[in-house]
Design a protein around this ligand. Structure first.
Ligand code: ZN
Length: 134
């Protein structure tokens, strides 16, 4: 089902501090920065020369999903995103296998890409994002 790990999402409560570490020390570069008001989230993508990206997730307000995540669990890893060639087929395969989905239909996320989330309870505790890469 998966072709590769696209990115790892990290919930952030102190963006300047985290950017100083990831860019200033680790040498990653900011490649994309978008606020998505409908989801109450600012998403900042960082890239290394190869391998998956890092997506820093900053809540635009406390009641957003990432704001609630930070209040409950604190900053840290939020999700792993796997690229799939056909999102609709991947959702159908997950549903057919009995996995609990947060999204049973594709939604539009950062970068205008189609994605869907698998519930963490269905897959051992880690939120999984399926991302249609073409
Ligand atoms: Zn993501």
């Amino acid at each position: 089902m998966f072709t590769h790990i696209d990115h790892i999402g990290i919930a952030v409560d102190d963006l300047d501090h985290v950017l100083n570490i990831y860019c200033g020390i680790f040498g990653l570069q900011v490649t994309y920065d978008e606020s998505v008001p409908e989801q109450g989230t600012r998403a900042i993508f960082l890239s290394a020369p190869s391998g998956p990206d890092i997506e820093l997730l900053v809540p635009l307000h406390e009641e957003s999903p990432v704001g609630k995540f930070l209040a409950k669990r604190g900053p840290g890893m939020h999700h792993i995103c796997y690229a799939v060639p056909n999102l609709t087929a991947a959702i159908e395969d997950c549903l057919a296998a009995g996995l609990q989905m947060i999204d049973t239909m594709p939604r539009i996320g950062a970068k205008g890409k189609r994605l869907a989330f698998v519930h963490p309870k269905a897959v051992g505790g880690t939120l999984i994002e399926l991302y249609e890469a073409k």
